[in-house]
Ligand binder design. Sequence first.
Ligand code: ATP
Length: 262
Amino acid sequence: MLKISHISKTFNPGTVNEKKAIEDLSLELKQGDFATIIGSNGAGKSTLFNAICGDFLTDTGSIELDNKDITFMPQHARARSIGRLYQDPMRGTAPGMTIEENLALAAGKGGWLSHTTRQEKERFREELKKLDIGLEERMSHPVGLLSGGQRQALTLLMATMNPPKLLLLDEHTAALDPGTAEKVLNLTRRIVEEHQLTCLMITHNMQSAIDLGNRILMMDSGNIVLDIGGEEKKNMTVEGLLEKFRSGAGKALDNDRILLSD
Ligand SMILES: Nc1ncnc2c1ncn2[C@@H]1O[C@H](COP(=O)(O)OP(=O)(O)OP(=O)(O)O)[C@@H](O)[C@H]1O
């Protein structure tokens, strides 16, 4: 579903601020693969997502999505096939619009309820009900009144209502309290399974990286240094993962947030 071949990205080349953020990175994801990504500070995790989404063109290499070369495709065109959630729950929804209008936006109705049929509204209610946080009773409330966790759950629903070819989750639970984060993670697991989505999830929570998905990718210095799947992932522990990283990257994992969260 996703084939990244030898991409590189250097910011501010030829200046004192030159930074090689991605270096000759390759990655293939099969349809339905759900890979979690952990890595050191500044390893290039978000930059990898930005490259896939077309926030910038990479200096080298190519990116294919569903057998289509998207290397030079503009960002807005890629957005039709790629769903993305950020750490900030305020992104991804329109705060001044109601829950129902936001869903109408995600359903391609331009946010106009007058363009939305009764069946579609019923579907919105059913989908909200499945989130199990009572949003189906608040469909006419502005999204700006929701809590961070409620908003992130809604963003997840909106990003997957028309299932994307690829779902990118960039620490989407990091700004939530632990209980809410757990709920949103369970929801993530359910939605990804239900739609058989191909998904990449950056997290600083080692246990989540182990518990979710079928692959763990570990990043360091602009590249993927470990790709763990199958039985090895199923039997993995946080200590085992730290040890693997040490042997794979030749140094200890240095990520402030990982160290603080564990
Ligand atoms: N637009 C940019 N201009 C210049 N440097 C950048 C830019 N975006 C990222 N970088 C640099 O590229 C490197 C990789 O950044 P990136 O945000 O991808 O790391 P990350 O793995 O997501 O890190 P963290 O876990 O700390 O969020 C960092 O050194 C960062 O400062």
